[in-house]
Write a protein that binds this ligand. Structure first.
Ligand SMILES: NC(=O)c1ccc[n+]([C@@H]2O[C@H](COP(=O)([O-])OP(=O)(O)OC[C@H]3O[C@@H](n4cnc5c(N)ncnc54)[C@H](O)[C@@H]3O)[C@@H](O)[C@H]2O)c1
Length: 280
């Protein structure tokens, strides 16, 4: 028996990286999927991958900052596939880069709109559909950067801490309706989001990430897809309000990135870093 047979999922940020890997994994486990992303080209490619696994999948162009568009992606799932069992709030970017004093209030708000308000909107509009069918699983992508300082850009880290706390508060509200709310805290995962910031792309990122955690290899989208599959499936029926760390042991201890000072990669000049498929 496949682990998501008959279930319907919406995955935001599924055109690339860990969202796309999760869509492929969910498809192989029998789910029907709405691929919700800003990036139409990557989104249609993700749909083709899901269909190669004989799964039902559609692309729905979605900006997670727009309440009507998130609602629209959820309505699309119900219209196409009849129900909503799993909502994966995963879309993201690096957002505002630079020191605190260099960060404009506008770029603070833009980062929060995508990373935190987008998750709030996903939970808000998924819950009523899940209540109708007697429960469901809401998963969001936070980050190890939300668990401690110095593991990501400043505004990004604060927004991801918000995702972790939102997860716990929402789990309390929705537990009575058997709607589970959990988040995943990935460590360094080799995806286009990271490639965008490191000259040399994939091979350089891989080498950089290979050595920073006790398990000496870079994280992959598939590592996160495995965690998302557990949280989406009935195997995690009694699990809610958790922040599941998937980081090759990075947070287990030791000297994160070799010291207390901010990592050079995070000491970038102040600028806006948009979605990974767009040039800044
Ligand atoms: N890569 C890492 O090391 C890492 C670590 C921890 C957490 N994360 C988080 O994981 C999630 C997935 O990132 P990834 O690494 O797979 O990056 P990615 O760039 O490969 O994928 C992110 C996707 O989100 C989409 N997106 C961006 N803004 C959007 C918007 N406003 N509306 C809809 N879609 C939008 C992008 O188009 C892209 O397809 C993000 O939330 C990211 O913050 C990444």
């Amino acid at each position: 028996m496949r682990r998501l047979e008959g279930k319907v999922a919406v995955i935001t940020g599924a055109a690339s990286g860990m969202g796309r890997a999760t869509a492929a994994r969910f498809a192989a486990e029998g789910a029907s999927i709405v691929i919700a992303d800003l990036n139409a080209e990557g989104g249609e490619a993700a749909v083709r991958e899901c269909r190669e696994n004989s799964a039902n999948a559609v692309f729905h162009k979605t900006d997670v900052t727009a309440e009507g568009e998130i609602k629209g992606a959820i309505e699309r799932a119900v219209k196409e596939f009849g129900r909503l069992d799993v909502m994966f709030n995963n879309a993201g970017l690096a957002g505002a880069l630079g020191s605190l004093e260099e960060t404009s209030a506008e770029n603070w708000d833009r980062t929060f709109a995508i990373l935190l308000r987008g998750v709030f909107l996903g939970i808000k509009h998924a819950a009523p559909e899940m209540r109708k069918i007697g429960g469901g699983s809401i998963i969001s992508t936070a980050s190890v950067a939300g668990l401690r300082g110095g593991a990501g850009p400043l505004v990004y880290s604060v927004a991801k801490a918000g995702v972790i706390h939102l997860t716990k508060c929402a789990a309390l509200e929705l537990g009575g309706d058997k709607i589970r709310v959990n988040c995943i805290c990935p460590g360094g995962i080799n995806t286009p989001l990271i490639h965008k910031h490191i000259p040399g792309g994939d091979p350089v990122v891989r080498q950089l990430l290979d050595n920073i955690q006790p398990i000496h290899r870079a994280g992959t989208g598939e590592d996160i897809a495995g965690a998302a599959l557990y949280l989406a499936s009935d195997d995690s029926e009694w699990v809610t309000g958790t922040a599941m760390v998937v980081d090759g042991g990075l947070m287990a201890g030791g000297n994160l990135f070799g010291g207390g000072a901010p990592r050079p990669a995070f000491q970038t000049p102040a600028k806006w870093s948009g979605p990974s498929f767009e040039k800044d």
